[in-house]
Design a protein around this ligand. Sequence first.
Ligand SMILES: *Cc1c(COP(=O)(O)O)cnc(C)c1O
Length: 377
Amino acid sequence: MSDDLITVTRPSLPDLEKLQPLLEGIWKSGRLTNGGPLHETLEAGLCEYLGVEHLSLFTNGTIALVTALQAMRVTGEVITTPYTFAATPHALLWNKLKPVFVDIEPDSFNLDASKIEAAITPETTAILPVHCYGTPANIDEIQRIADLYGLHVIYDAAHAFAVRYRGRSLLEAGDISVLSFHATKVFNTFEGGALILKDKKTKQRVDYLKNFGFANETTVVAPGINGKMNEFQAALGLLQLEKIDSDIRARQSVYRKYREELMGIEGLQLMEEPVDTEWNYSYCPVLVNERFPLSRDDLYSEFRKQGILVRRYFYPLVSDFPMYFDPSAVFENAADTAQRILCLPIYSDLNDEDFGRIMSCLREAANGHHGASGSGQ
Ligand SMILES: *Cc1c(COP(=O)(O)O)cnc(C)c1O
């Protein structure tokens, strides 16, 4: 039996023979960053692949999100979900905005649109939903509410790379969508991100903002930040883009193997694939129910003991972090999900042997053989 660590996700190995000439090209051109040729090629390639018109690359998803809020001149209060990664509400605090959390739906894990209107105040200027695990948020209802109240909609689409909904790119929804290319994401440049924008003017503004606000060599139009993607990241992105379709297909087959295997185990509930959606299988979220012999946390520990680094995405809720905590606010569905969720390993290179190790850990736990030392060899 292999004792290798199994992580929750990992990037597939790029074609190293193609990497070397790209890197040599960077040194030869002398353009290491600031919109070099690889950056421009990757922007164009991603627009085409994703089926969107305007995209701006960033050094990571969080700076992209901070910049998106500035580009839309969001002020006051922003409605968002407690069931997300820390970066979502943190980007609001970095802009001195107040997050107003609204509970999620228990099945989609996305913002419950029917609860948004009750949270709107005269200070509200935007909604910041997340397409959790790449599952489309309720984009029609959210847009209806936004139009009615004159609010911006910025999607944290960090999980939603390449997701299509009813035949269109999901990234077209709202005013801006934010992508992350962090190492744990389906498409990654180790660190990286992008904004999907509606028009040329907003793209121009964002391009200024990510480069200190420089409009040209001598003119600075805004107190921008340094959010630029460098040429090394862009090289990684170009190589990833070549195999992203086969990576996603490989993830799909892992997901479906889990589905078959988990059907026979009582107390574990794999998330359903969303309808009308070309999904990206970026996560493998499982709910651990009362009928399972172990609690979620005990199952988590069993996996960890065996070198299988499953993750509790998302636990704890961001609304329980000290800078957001409000004892009078209760998010029942989000709190319940956070107690039961476990994300299993899923990546394109997950081989049969490692999949077998994951399943035998689950089966032993399901059969009550957990914690037995010296079992198996
Ligand atoms: C990964 C992630 C981010 C942050 O992206 P980085 O590229 O790591 O800065 C934001 N929101 C969500 C929901 C994420 O999962």
